[in-house]
Structures are given as structure tokens and as C-alpha cells.
Design a protein around this ligand. Structure first.
Ligand code: MTE
Ligand code: CO
Length: 424
């Protein structure tokens, strides 16, 4: 009892403090309190008639007032809409699950429409019994549910040379986080008689689209936690995310997560296809390139306030929030800096970090109109700390596009607007 009373009291104090601050600084709060508010005192249209019946929305979309929470692209980045990319509106989302309807898409040859009835998945190569599975076959294997992030290797890729795109959606929106229901790849490989006693040390996986997006994956990873997913966030995969089945490669760069997966060949070495050698490799300052960079290192970004999510509510309580993730496992801590990295405060994780999934963080603070250079810094269970841009450039130079996991800075101005900047 005593504890409850205590909590109630502090909550009241907080609310009172907030009203007082709003009133004192803006005036508007006090004026509203003096006049009767027609939104409270008068019967409004939505209360004087009937709402829509239950048949109006067999499958619902967000309410129209949220119609700016949409995927967007950067015109100069997408030469056409076929080999294309768009970005998740992370600045407007909360929690960790990305709604499928606004989760970014990346296609090398457009999104295809493939019926379940026309779906086939072949496992061939160095296996005892090459097999072809129909969709109905896949549904009969034991399934697992796991939430994982998918980050395109090119996420934040435009920011290497300097602060460029003005919005978290554009700098960090090539990411989504969904709960997948799928069959462990290991189960299917064993079904095809893969025993581990052959020379089969790699799998080559390809999709049914024209690009095929073929990728080589070491057998160790294939047998570890890869899934052939048939559902995301509880429902069928969306066409653009690989309906009816895609490969999930937890923690690894998005381009290996083959959509519309149609073939898995067990091989004695990697194929080194064009897209896995000329692309997705990191060219260093001396001109040599790193061969494989599969795991996405720990990274985080403040999603609000940010350029597309400015502070609009005046002085007083402010919720700073963002997300963090690591391809190496769980996020254990996120720090937030308001002064460009000189001093740090430890943020509150909404939930304990989950393996290779997004973690939401919050820093509840007071803002009195002073400018901020907002940053967030993620740490994962391996002890790794997200690097600054300068630290990353020291190792990687400025020739890279891919795998940029540096600390992001938003300059929040006195008027609450924010801008993408770099601090030195
Ligand atoms: N799989 C196929 N078959 N074709 C593709 O073009 N693009 C890859 C990967 N898998 C691609 C693919 C890339 S580069 C990324 S980042 C992810 O899919 C994007 O997945 P999404 O469209 O579900 O966001
Ligand atoms: Co990609």
C-alpha cells in the first residue's frame, strides 16, 4: 500500500510539473484552461451519429490521419522502380515490430507474384536425396517463430563522406524487424540427406525472380539459425518481401535473405557470383576490398527527435527514443548524448535485448529549448561498442558504401527542428 501511494504521488507531481511548464512558457496551455474547451463541452459529430459498421474494412489500413507514415524513396538513388529501394518510416514508428505495409523493399529485378500452387523449392548438389518441396510440403515440417531484424548492407551507405540525407527514414530506413514463422533450413537439408560427411561446406541459394539474387552461405550458418520463412508478423509474407517463402539469415546482411527462394544447392565452395563479389564488398582506403562482410555490427539511431520528427510541443518533458540492433546477438546497453558525444547518459531499454532483433530505447528528459547534438551508442553482448564516424573512417577510409554502422548525429535546434550533421 505504502508503495502504491508513493508512486501515485510522484506521478501527480510529474503531471503538475508538466502543465506548469507548458503554461508558463507557451501561454497557450493557460489560456485553454481558462476558456471552456468545446472539444469537451460540446457534443462532437463522432459522438452524435454512428460509426462505420464492421463490414467496412475486411482488411484494415491505418487511419487516414496517419497517411504520411509511408515508405519513401530517394529519387537520385533509384534509377528506376525495378532495381529499386525504398525506406521504412522509422522516424514515425515505435516499439520494435515493423508493420509489413511500410517495411522497406529492395528488389534487383522487381517484385514478382508467385502463387503457392506454382511454388517449388529444390535442394540439390552434394546431398544424398535431391528433393523438391511444394508449399504444402513446407507447411508439414515443424516450424519455429523468431523475431529478427533485416538490414540492407547499404543502409547508411550514403553518409560515408559527410552528412547527406535529412531524415532517419533515409539514413537508417533500410531495415525492418519482423516475427517470422518458418522451417529451420537445417531440417530441410537433413530431409535431403545432408549428413555433414560430404564435401558440402556451402549452400548456394537463389530466388525465383529474374535476378535470382544468388548467394553463397557457409554451411555452419545454414545449419545454425537460418529459416525458410512462410509467415511474417503472423500473416503470409507480402509479395514484396518474398511471398510465399523467403530465406531468413539472422544478423547477416539483407542481401543474403533470398526472397521467393526456389533452390538451395549444397556445394564444396562459394560460387562468388557477380553480386556477391562486385557488390556488397567494402573497398578500403588503399583500394583493396574486403571479401565477405556478412554480420551486421551493432548500430543504433535516435528516431525521435530527428529531422522528420521535430520537437513540436515546447519546453518541458521530452521523450528521446530510438532503436538499436546487433547481428552478433543481444543489445545490452544504449547510451544517449545531447552534446555530440562529450557526455553520455544510459538510456532505458523498453525490453531486455533480443537475439539479432531490434531493441527500443527511451531517454525521458527535460528540454528547455537548448540546442542538442543528439547521438546514440549501442553495445552488444560481445562487448562491442558502436564506433564514431571518425573511428570507422580510420579503419575503413571513405571508399565504402556498405556496412556503415557509425554513430549518427542530429542537431536539434532551439526551435525544435533537427538536421543531419557531423561532429568532429
Ligand atoms: N532476394 C531476391 N530473390 N531478389 C532480390 O532482389 N534483394 C536482397 C534480399 N533478397 C533481393 C532478395 C536485398 S539487397 C535485400 S536488402 C533484402 O532482400 C531486402 O528485403 P525486403 O525487400 O524484404 O526488405
Ligand atoms: Co540490400
Amino acid at each position: 500500500m505504502a508503495e502504491d501511494t508513493g508512486r501515485g504521488a510522484s506521478r501527480r507531481a510529474f503531471l503538475k510539473g508538466s502543465v506548469a511548464a507548458g503554461g508558463a512558457l507557451l501561454g497557450a496551455g493557460a489560456a485553454r484552461a481558462a476558456e471552456p474547451d468545446p472539444l469537451i463541452t460540446e457534443v462532437q459529430p463522432w459522438a452524435s451519429g454512428l460509426g462505420e459498421g464492421v463490414d467496412a474494412t475486411p482488411y484494415g489500413l491505418p487511419i487516414r490521419f496517419e497517411d504520411d507514415v509511408i515508405r519513401r524513396n530517394v529519387e537520385w538513388l533509384t534509377a528506376d522502380t525495378i532495381s529499386s529501394i525504398n525506406f521504412t518510416p522509422i522516424h514515425a514508428l515505435d516499439g520494435t515490430i515493423t508493420p509489413a505495409g511500410c517495411a522497406f523493399e529492395r528488389h534487383h529485378s522487381g517484385a514478382i507474384e508467385l502463387k503457392k500452387e506454382d511454388y517449388r523449392l529444390m535442394i540439390n548438389g552434394l546431398v544424398d536425396t535431391p528433393l523438391v518441396f511444394t508449399y504444402a510440403d513446407l507447411e508439414r515440417f515443424p516450424r519455429e517463430n523468431h523475431t529478427y531484424f533485416l538490414e540492407c548492407a547499404a543502409n547508411t551507405g550514403m553518409e560515408w563522406a559527410g552528412a547527406q540525407l535529412n531524415g532517419a527514414q533515409f539514413t537508417h530506413g533500410m531495415i525492418h524487424n519482423m516475427e517470422y514463422s518458418g522451417i529451420p533450413l537445417r531440417t530441410l537439408l537433413h530431409e535431403a540427406g545432408y549428413s555433414g560427411e560430404t564435401e558440402g561446406k556451402w549452400v548456394y541459394v537463389e530466388g525465383a525472380d529474374a535476378s535470382s539474387n544468388g548467394r553463397s552461405i557457409p554451411m555452419e550458418k545454414a545449419l545454425d539459425d537460418c529459416l525458410v520463412a512462410i509467415k511474417a508478423n503472423g500473416e503470409a509474407l507480402r509479395k514484396e518481401h518474398g511471398y510465399p517463402a523467403r530465406l531468413v539469415v539472422p544478423g547477416w546482411e539483407g542481401n543474403m535473405w533470398i526472397k521467393w527462394i526456389r533452390r538451395i544447392e549444397v556445394m564444396d565452395g562459394p560460387v562468388e557470383s557477380r553480386e556477391e563479389t562486385s557488390k556488397y564488398t567494402d573497398t578500403l582506403a588503399d583500394g583493396t576490398s574486403r571479401k565477405w562482410t556478412w554480420v551486421m555490427d551493432a548500430k543504433s539511431v535516435v528516431t525521435s527527435p530527428s529531422p522528420q520528427s521535430p520537437i513540436t510541443h515546447g519546453h518541458g518533458p521530452l521523450v528521446i527514443t530510438g532503436m538499436a540492433w546487433s547481428g552478433h546477438g543481444r543489445i545490452t546497453r544504449v547510451d544517449v548524448s545531447k552534446d555530440g558525444g562529450k557526455t553520455w547518459e544510459t538510456a532505458r531499454l523498453a525490453k531486455q535485448g533480443e537475439n539479432k532483433a531490434l531493441t527500443r530505447f527511451y531517454l525521458e528528459t527535460e528540454w528547455n529549448g537548448e540546442e542538442m547534438f543528439l547521438q546514440s551508442r549501442a553495445m552488444d553482448e560481445t562487448g562491442y561498442v558502436q564506433p564514431t564516424k571518425a573511428q570507422l573512417r580510420e579503419v575503413r577510409g571513405e571508399n565504402s558504401i556498405y556496412h556503415n554502422n557509425c554513430i549518427q548525429t542530429w542537431w536539434v535546434k532551439e526551435n525544435g527542428e533537427a538536421e543531419n550533421v557531423e561532429v568532429s
